[in-house]
Design a protein around this ligand. Structure first.
Ligand SMILES: [Zn+2]
Length: 307
């Protein structure tokens, strides 16, 4: 089990797809949590932190650190700040968006998602270091999936917290490309950066920690080639991921309401445009595409999530 490779003072709360993994760091001087899951799971996130504090005879959570501000990574921020009076640290590039809670800069409206408003206390600046629990971590820029994302790297133990830049089998949707901004090149650069690091354990944003970074980098590169060689693939994949994510939360939803959400979600409208589909065709295609891939079923005009 790779988690046995975790040094003392680090615990990974492996979550699912709706909530990203949370990484709990503790030492004498600092107790921190990296990423906080989705808002619908905020009570579970608080319980996980409380259990870890109790188990390790700790009295406080000092800070929350977000690798990036997608709703599955920071949806628990507001609830944790309220429950533990902890500081919140966000990637420096998100300062303007969070200070004014600017919906045009934040991703939630664009992606049709929810995230309770929170305030940040400090910034994560790529190139600088940060104490998490008992170890000092390097803050690395990780553009691609999200251009403002950071990763965290601990050089003594060769541990990488990769967020959605590298999973055991791939990486997060290259969202910028869906609305016509470059992203594939940035994904490649971030993979190149990871390859330069001695890594003995990767803690990804989703899925279990894994040890074979080289194999995952190779898988990610071949996936990237597949997507970049035809941007329609990325648009189709991104649209399916966005609907699936929403459906995990809904579990079941009337098709009319699903369609209403699709046409009200700007990123999906961008995907339709990329695919040269008008919205009428797109709302016929997208739920069916999920069904075809085995991620959902349609019954009595309801779309139902399949795990
Ligand atoms: Zn993400």
């Amino acid at each position: 089990m790779p988690t046995r490779l975790l040094p003392p003072g680090i615990e990974v709360f492996e979550r699912g797809w709706l909530s990203a993994n949370n990484i709990f760091h503790f030492g004498d001087q600092d107790v921190s949590l990296v990423d906080t899951g989705y808002c619908a799971h905020e009570n579970l996130t608080i319980d996980l932190v409380r259990n870890a504090l109790n188990k390790n005879s700790l009295s406080r959570l000092d800070k929350v650190v977000n690798t990036h501000l997608h709703s599955d990574h920071c949806g628990g921020n507001a609830a944790l700040a309220k429950a533990f009076h902890c500081e919140i640290l966000i990637p420096a590039a998100e300062e303007k968006a969070v200070s004014n809670w600017n919906e045009d800069l934040l991703s939630y409206q664009n992606l049709g998602q929810e995230c309770p408003r929170f305030a940040h206390d400090r910034l994560l600046i790529p190139g600088q270091e940060i104490l998490l629990g008992r170890y000092v971590w390097q803050i690395l820029a990780a553009p691609g999936h999200d251009h403002h994302s950071v990763m965290l790297y601990q050089p003594d133990h060769c541990i990488l917290i990769s967020a959605d830049a590298l999973w055991e089998e791939g990486f997060g949707v290259v969202f910028p490309e869906i609305w016509g901004e470059p992203g594939f090149e940035e994904v490649a650069q971030t993979l190149d950066l990871i390859e330069t690091l001695p890594v003995s354990l990767v803690i990804p944003g989703h899925g279990k920690p894994f040890i074979d970074a080289a194999k995952s980098i190779a898988t990610a590169r071949s996936r990237l080639d597949y997507l970049a060689s035809d941007p329609d693939r990325n648009a189709r994949h991104g649209a399916k991921v966005l609907l699936k994510y929403k459906l995990i939360e809904w579990r079941t939803k009337d098709l009319d309401e699903v369609n209403h959400w699709i046409v009200g979600t700007p990123a999906l409208k961008s995907a339709a445009k990329q695919l040269n589909m008008d919205l009428e065709d797109f709302i016929k295609w997208l739920p069916q595409a999920l069904v075809k891939s085995g991620a959902a079923k349609l019954e009595d005009q309801k779309l139902i999530d399949l795990a």
